[in-house]
Design a protein around this ligand. Structure first.
Ligand code: URA
Length: 433
């Protein structure tokens, strides 16, 4: 078999066979097929797409390129949750303890942030003492005893995806539906959960900017999961503005804990409940959506989920007193308020621009080597649909040094104000089963 023939075939829009896909994934992982040929193939896939069968084969080949995690020593039905990436998305900190509070084991492997999106691990590390580096044995023991653990990805999971993703990043081939679907699902399948709930973001701050594209991506991933033996469902949720009001590491932990303490930050609370409901239904704890939602709401309001969160933080070495007194979370000395220059209604908040502004403050990484500052961040004071008058604060930026001008400019660019009333954004567009 020759790589040039595979590239040629895909360039002509012809479906690749199982052997051809396996050949290129194996060859690329072991280093016998060079970057320049894989780049050409990726571009052909970008333009010609992949069939459902090809995408499932690609995903399976990427799973088989490395280790898989065996979660069978964990008792019960393991359900994982994955978001395709957004700004201000701290739902894991609510969903995890909420699902665990009804007895479903949550063994979560999470990632770090890159570019305009934050990472769960970085956010958790803003809690003093919290460690995401735990041994496999401790991870399993913790999930069995406390029902919740979050760790960094260990081992050599889907190494083909790691190499391919790095290449896609520099060849303008990231935003291809089959490639994103295969990339995300290969890591999820290698991580060993029995069922998967996907939160597919749609809008200005997401990979997929339109509902149609988001739905195609969601369907593709649901099909892959189900074809490869894991019950998978996808919730398509809004990312036309950041989720909640806080962006940045400690800022996001603070807001998530406030929801666990009963504060009604409606988009964040409702999305967390929705995702948790689907996870607990897949785990067969509840028969109906209504029953799931009402029990989960109860566990949010009576503090049960908050108790699970505190136990989880303690088990991973975090200082629980910080969770009980949120003023002890890291913050920074300099503040800058951005005020409305016209009267009207907020009609848009470009989530990606807010994410980039947070990165400029030091809350995120422009390159993998950058060091995160956990105590800087952005607090939104107004969201889409809110009325504003001239001089009212739209956003507060919190920085380690004088607030950088590029960050201020980005936030200003992100906000649009119109003079006519604007409807609030829909939070959940569709559930794909
Ligand atoms: N996240 C991933 O892991 N892979 C992609 O291709 C896109 C987002």
């Amino acid at each position: 078999m020759r790589m040039v023939d595979i590239i040629h075939k895909k360039r002509e829009g012809i479906e690749l066979s199982e052997q051809e896909i396996q050949y290129f994934i194996e060859g690329y992982t072991e280093g016998s097929i060079p970057d320049y040929q894989v780049s050409a193939l990726l571009m052909a896939v970008y333009y010609k797409g992949m069939s459902e069968t090809e995408t499932a084969i690609l995903t399976k080949a990427m799973v088989e390129s490395g280790e898989t995690i065996d979660l069978s020593p964990i008792k019960g039905h393991k359900v994982d949750k994955h978001s395709t990436g957004g700004v201000g998305d701290k739902t894991t900190f609510i969903v995890g303890p909420l699902v665990a509070s009804v007895g479903v084991p949550v063994a979560k492997m999470s990632g770090r942030g890159l570019g305009h999106t934050g990472g769960t691990l970085d956010k958790l590390e803003s809690i003093p003492g919290f460690s995401i580096e735990i041994t496999k044995e401790k991870f399993i023991k913790q999930v069995n005893e406390k029902k919740l653990a979050v760790a960094g990805q260990t081992g050599n999971l889907a190494p083909a995806d790691k190499k391919l993703y790095a290449l896609r990043d520099v060849t303008a081939t990231v935003d291809s539906i089959p490639l994103i679907a295969g990339s995300i699902m290969s890591k999820k399948l290698a991580s060993g959960a029995d069922s998967i709930v996907l939160d597919v973001k749609t809008g200005t701050g997401a990979f997929m900017k339109t509902i149609e594209d988001s739905e195609s991506l969601a369907r593709e991933m649901v099909n892959i999961g189900n074809n490869l033996g894991r019950q998978t469902i996808a919730v398509i949720s809004d990312m036309n503005q950041p989720l909640g009001y806080e962006v940045g590491n400690a800022n996001e932990v603070r807001e998530a804990v406030e929801v666990l303490q009963g504060k009604n930050i409606s988009d964040l609370r409702n999305l967390a409940l929705e995702l948790a409901a689907h996870m607990t239904i897949l785990a067969e704890v509840f028969d109906s959506y209504e029953e799931a939602i009402s029990t989960l709401e109860k566990n949010l309001d009576n503090g049960k989920a908050f108790e699970v969160f505190k136990t989880f933080v303690e088990a991973q070495g975090g200082d629980v007193s910080v969770i009980e007194d949120l003023s002890k979370l890291p913050t920074s000395p300099y503040y800058f308020e951005i005020k409305a220059e016209s009267e009207g209604y907020v009609s848009a908040i470009d989530a990606e621009a807010i994410g980039v502004a947070a990165m400029y403050l030091g809350a995120g990484r422009a390159t993998k080597e950058d060091v995160i500052n956990h105590g800087v961040g952005i607090s939104l004071k107004k969201k889409i649909g809110d009325p504003v008058s001239i001089g009212e604060t739209l956003v507060v930026l919190n920085s380690e040094t004088e607030v950088p001008q590029d960050s201020i400019n980005k936030v200003k660019e992100a906000y649009e104000i119109t003079n006519k009333p604007v409807e609030k954004k829909t939070l959940i567009y569709k559930v794909i089963k």
